[in-house]
Design a protein around this ligand. Sequence first.
Ligand code: ATP
Ligand code: MG
Length: 716
Amino acid sequence: PDAADDPLIAGLNPPQREAVLTTEGPVLMLAGAGTGKTAALTARLAHLIRMRLAWPSEILCVTFTNKAAREMRERVGKLIGPAVEGMPWLGTFHAIAAKMLRRHAELVGLQPNYTIIDTDDQLRLLKQLIVAEGVDEKRFPARQLAGCIDRWKNRGLNPADLDAAENESYANGKGQRFYQLYQDRLKALNACDFGDLLLHMLNILRTHREVLEQYQQRFKYVMVDEYQDTNQVQYLWLRLIAQGRQNICVVGDDDQSIYSWRGAEVANILRFEKDFPGARVIRLEQNYRSTPQILAAASGLINENSQRLGKTLWTERHPGDPVRVIGVWDAPEEARRVGDEIERLEREGARLDSIAILVRAQYQTREFEDRFISIGLNYRIIGGFRFYERAEIRDALAYLRVIAQPADDLAFERIYNAPKRGLGSKALEKLHVHARRRGIPLALAAIEIADTDELPARARNTFLALMRDFARWRDLGKQTSPAELIRTVMDESGYTDALQAERSTEASGRLENLAELARAMEEYETLGDFLEHVSLVMDNDAADESEKVTIMTMHAAKGLEFDHVFLPGWEEGVFPSQRALDEGGLASLEEERRLAYVAITRARRRCTILHAANRRIYGQWTSSIPSRFIAELPTSEVHQETTLSGGASLWRAQWSEQSDPFADVARAQPARTMTRGPGWQRAAAREYDPTPRRIAESTRSAASFAARPRADIAPG
Ligand code: ATP
Ligand code: MG
């Protein structure tokens, strides 16, 4: 059939059609969010198979997530029906590399049945190596080494490729040695880690011509979605495979590059035209996803970035509601407000599946989970555990359970050696034996066993010291609030220190979660009340397939779309994140802004941004400044509201100091919904230059506020 009459192609616009029909030679599709890049790529895959330009098994198609691969497979199935022989190599870089490596494992010294180890195994292995080498694991944590090794692997570097500077990045010049030891150990175990999947394959393709040629011949067509987030090793691997036939089509948006922290390089887009000369560059400009308002807001925002290739976007969609920016008092109100809005949308006929809440950091989900549980709203958390199921939260809860209920053996087992106290499984075994013989709980056995010789003296003393701590914490619990108690316990047990010593992004995420846990506990008077609440929350684990609101990070939402999107926590220090502000560089700020662009452009019909005037951190009210990204939204497309009485003058007051007494006074005022002229916030934000320095000032303690005349902040 004539391709243009094909229903598969008829629905596409001219540049999309060009991308589908230009099957030969390199193609770079560079276009903004929601312009139908993924749709065009899917049609292209279907077209190649339908026109018998290649067997499915001769096509390599890379997606960013497994979910995206599944969706693409389904959509291709719909476009061309079943009855296709073979399957395309369709999946993430990792999935495809794993499939290839199975066939050639022996070339890197592995058996074909090698195992892929997870992060936990990786850390345990590294720890063993570190200890065996006599390096102080406290000073040079395994996690730090794991981070280095991941980075090297993302860049396609083998141990021999490290330069002096890289070698220095772990344990004063032991980077290379440990990297090598680790690789040797993996090989001995017939195992590899995630990063190895690509690195091993790259090494094989580089050193075994016949293997390389085999794949260059096999893959008649290569396609890559979300190309802007490929890292070095992926790029090198791709280039080798595609260089034979040069039929490679990559699809991306430089404005949506949000994984540089995982080694992704936007520069790969620019390199593409150099490595594949004569590449056809196709630009898509029509957005099919979002209303003009959403699109204008996103475009206006991303325009503030200096490092972009630049592009225009337009839409034929009917005008919708303006993007809403809602200022609320604090995080609980933010969650209440979002809950109310979702219930309203439901009454208007919206499906819960079409609604998403996208957060910057995992810890932000807790407030929403608590609220949704209390109002009975179904939700699912994607790309991460539900808050109370995270490892560090479970650890903290286990401490609290042992305090509240010393007979809770399960809780005791969880934390007797977390953080590391040098108590191994042997010690626990002995403790169990003693406890069983005497018919007492483990916590009691840990005290009694000190008077026996059933354990080495060191272990006995460690148990005893731990139980003394617990006795002290139990007393403390009678005098202080649960929130205060958990902070003390986490500090005194060494748990916080151990996380801090890790100096990894993951560890600081865990610390944030623990801080958030303490914050959650502030609402409870007794430990018992709080633990009861938690067991109810944990029990709510609905495994059913009913409709649910989605809660996920902005990072995880890439490529997805929802009718209604809520974006909470747009405050300096939350979004852009404190880390991005601390790093201070233009690059990290621009990456945050791209993330904002990704977040807004997930919305099809409505986008609601929220920011709270106060966040409670470590029991102190900290006033927050609305995110600079809010001030950067084009005012004509944005509708500002605040539930705070006093409006702009009050905002300005919040940009200075804040205190608890004031919070109570303000709460007593009936909240009014105020609609401001579009310009005020931008003007106010400009007047108040939101640099990190000012944030530091604005988070000064409540004490200095007390000296301020109250009139300053009286509602206007
Ligand atoms: P992102 O950058 O967010 O990944 P994208 O460019 O991949 O976005 P798609 O997800 O492919 O965009 O498409 C966005 C929406 O537009 C989808 O709902 C898709 O079905 C629709 N769409 C794509 N192309 C067309 C078209 N030619 N006509 C009508 N709708 C289209
Ligand atoms: Mg896409």
